[in-house]
Design a protein around this ligand. Structure first.
Ligand SMILES: C[S@@+](CC[C@H](N)C(=O)[O-])C[C@H]1O[C@@H](n2cnc3c(N)ncnc32)[C@H](O)[C@@H]1O
Ligand code: SF4
Length: 346
């Protein structure tokens, strides 16, 4: 293959950002209907989810991932939709784990099926899990996920993940004003001192169907001061360039909390994430309106070199920084919808 960057070199995008992370959505379906992601009235029983043949097969995901790695990707995150709905997922993890250059494979899940799969996933080479949990209160939890599952199942999934060695486990909690704000302190209290870090995510305007309203966004700094009043916090230095969450440690040494503040403190400047959607479209931003189809050429017989050139060229043309330009871009976006979260994952 000519034109292939050496393993230790990665093309930069137009804003000088390297390619380091690949988020792979393996499933557009979900067993929840979180109103902020897949509202029930839009993702109803007649909704046209991808057919099996439209989703990338494991072989196709592997082939594409093998091409992303020489361009700089070191970390993979498997997501969805709900990734644990994808049959035989541990087989994919094992094959991804065998790709030279892949250093870390994480999974984001709503946790309901984690109890069943944690050991198999660990054995296959999964490094870590992030579990989404927006409240410990069953009624609020149900409101935040469209009425599915039980808090107990998610906590059980988290325990299985810890027992299987899939730590450090992180919790993602999306907070919406007036809906689950009261769940913040109980979540912190529950996980403080357990080694599990809760990360509070600002409600984002992903896709077009979640009726995003800025009034419902609770700025991270408000949450941080509420938590600080009860359990004093101090900031912690980022672990690596491009870390999405700003982390704070409890002054009493009982762990950390994180804040993912895409709305009030955008982190586009250091974003090194590429996203491969369940149908094989490559997106360079979570809020993208357009992507680059890789499934079409792949199934039409493109060579590795041709696919690599496409991936590389797409990254080099990248200039997305949606979160920094949110209000201007939202005003223009009416006729040109963004891709939905369940295709590309969080
Ligand atoms: C799309 S989900 C996919 C994986 C899995 N189903 C889960 O919920 O963890 C990935 C993450 O995106 C977050 N998310 C979804 N919609 C969001 C929104 N509108 N604003 C902020 N975070 C969102 C979820 O809470 C979750 O932590
Ligand atoms: S956030 Fe995750 S669990 Fe909730 S609807 Fe979206 S994909 Fe499903």
């Amino acid at each position: 293959m000519d034109n292939v960057a050496p393993l230790n070199r990665s093309p930069a995008d137009k804003l000088g950002r390297p390619l380091r992370d690949l988020r792979i959505s393996v499933m557009d379906r979900c067993n929840f209907r979180c109103p902020y992601c897949m509202p029930r009235e839009r993702f109803h029983e007649h909704y046209a989810f991808l057919k099996t043949a439209e989703r990338l097969s494991f072989e196709e995901i592997l082939r594409l991932t093998r091409l992303f790695v020489p361009l700089g990707v070191r970390k993979l995150r498997i997501t969805g939709g709900e990734p644990l709905l994808r049959v035989n997922l541990p087989d994919l993890v094992a094959d991804l784990n065998a790709i030279p250059g892949v250093e870390d494979i994480a999974l984001t899940t709503n946790g309901v099926l984690l109890g069943k799969h944690a050991y198999e996933l660990k054995a296959a080479g999964l490094s870590r899990v992030t579990v989404s949990l927006d409240s410990l209160d069953q009624d609020v939890f149900a409101k935040m996920n469209g009425g599915f599952g039980r808090v107990g199942e998610v906590l059980d999934g988290i325990q299985h993940a810890l027992d299987a060695g899939l730590g450090p486990v992180k919790i993602n909690a999306v907070i919406q004003r007036g809906v689950n704000e009261e769940s913040v302190l109980p979540l912190v209290e529950h996980f403080r001192g357990t080694g599990i870090t809760v990360r509070f995510i600002e409600y984002m305007d992903v896709g077009n169907r979640n009726h995003w309203d800025q009034q419902l966004v609770v700025p991270s700094k408000d949450l941080q001061s509420r938590i600080h009043e009860r359990w004093p916090l101090h900031p912690v230095k980022p672990d690596h360039v491009g870390e999405v969450a700003r982390r704070y440690a409890f002054d009493d040494g009982r762990g950390q909390v994180g804040f993912i503040s895409s709305v009030t403190q955008p982190f586009c400047g250091s974003c090194s994430r590429a996203r491969l959607a369940a149908d094989g479209v490559f997106y360079t931003c979570l809020f993208a309106q357009h992507g680059t189809d890789l499934r079409g050429p792949l199934r039409a017989g493109a060579t590795d070199e041709e696919l690599l050139r496409t991936i590389r060229g797409t990254w080099m043309q990248r200039e997305d920084r949606y979160s920094e330009q949110r209000m201007t871009l939202r005003a223009r976006a009416h006729n040109d919808p963004k891709v939905e979260m369940n295709y590309i994952g969080g």
